[in-house]
Ligand binder design. Structure first.
Ligand code: RRO
Length: 301
């Protein structure tokens, strides 16, 4: 069986990528399994300036998933270019997807222009959906005009493929996806997490330092499936499906909903071998289900 895919002109040996934020810049996982097995590696969202992120605690477990309110902790653009990217290249040969965030249209443009100069980066994933910051983040991705404007700004400064990463915290995901398509996006990544909260009964305070945090994991997978399917039918762009995927069957289901590639997020925090196990299991499941290649099942629903 053939599990390779093509994502906006980039060939991937398989559709499995770690979701942004779950593999950092690769170093934490290099001793867990061979990163070169991945379809591509998506790096943690970077901003122009370094950020410490939100105060601890910023993770909470919950039934069928988890909450996070990391708050865009990252080493900043210059450190990413000078240290993280070269260090990643030493341990990983495959395609690198650089995830970018910003707090203004100009910041997205500026960071994208600098990342565009990095030969090692194959694809840009533009995060307009972080729910854990006080301004920017999902405020961009829930506004069609701003989503289009950011897409256009990034489009102006790079010829590399651009995937816009969307928030599910909207009434109509197709409206945002279509705005990104008009702005010149090459693909859509969805979904980021749902705005949520948990309370500790003893302290009577929220478990995470920020009142609201983002829900991810198995709980959101059926919603992610539905949203991917809606965007698949509303746009012509390739989709990276994200949301609660943790095994080969989940991957195949997401591709049947319309995704080309997929990202695994929360499941990596439960079992750091999830990506490797999923990739290893995929050919066997494809054979059992009579699937010769992934294209033949994409968007069958
Ligand atoms: O850093 C975060 O809090 C974070 C980001 Br930028 C994001 O896009 N999604 C997420 O779950 N957490």
């Amino acid at each position: 069986v053939d599990m390779s895919i093509e994502l906006a002109g980039v060939r991937l040996q398989n559709p499995v990528m770690p979701a942004s934020g779950t593999f950092g810049y690769g170093q934490e996982y290099k001793d867990v399994f061979d990163l070169n097995k991945l379809g591509a590696l998506v790096t943690k969202s970077i901003t122009k300036e370094p950020r410490y992120g939100n105060e601890l605690p910023r993770i909470a477990e919950c039934t069928s998933g988890m909450l996070n309110s990391i708050g865009l902790q990252n080493p900043g653009l210059e450190h990413f270019r000078e240290v993280d990217l070269p260090e990643l290249r030493k341990i990983y040969r495959g395609p690198i997807v650089a995830n970018i965030s910003g707090f203004s249209v100009d910041e997205y443009r500026e960071v994208a222009a600098k990342v565009d100069r990095e030969e090692q980066v194959e694809i840009l994933e533009i995060n307009i959906s972080c729910p854990n910051v006080d301004h920017g983040g999902s405020a961009f991705g829930s506004n069609p005009k701003l989503s289009e404007e950011i897409t256009r700004a990034v489009r102006d400064v790079t010829k590399k493929p651009i995937f816009m990463k969307l928030t599910p915290n909207v009434l109509d995901i197709t409206e945002i996806a279509k705005a990104c398509e008009s702005g010149g996006a090459d693909g859509i990544s969805l979904i980021n997490n749902f705005k949520a909260m948990r309370i500790d009964l003893k302290t009577r305070k929220t478990i995470t330092s920020k009142t609201y945090a983002g829900l991810s994991g198995p709980a959101i997978r059926p919603i992610a499936m539905r949203m991917v399917n809606e965007v698949y039918h509303a746009c012509k762009l390739p989709i990276i499906g994200i949301g609660g995927i943790s095994c080969a069957d989940d991957v195949l289901e997401m591709i049947m909903a319309g995704a080309t590639g997929i990202e695994i997020g929360s499941a990596n925090l439960v079992d750091p071998w999830t990506c490797q196990k999923t990739i290893d299991a995929l050919p066997k499941r494809m054979k059992e289900l009579g699937i010769r290649n992934l294209e033949e099942i994409r968007g069958v629903v």
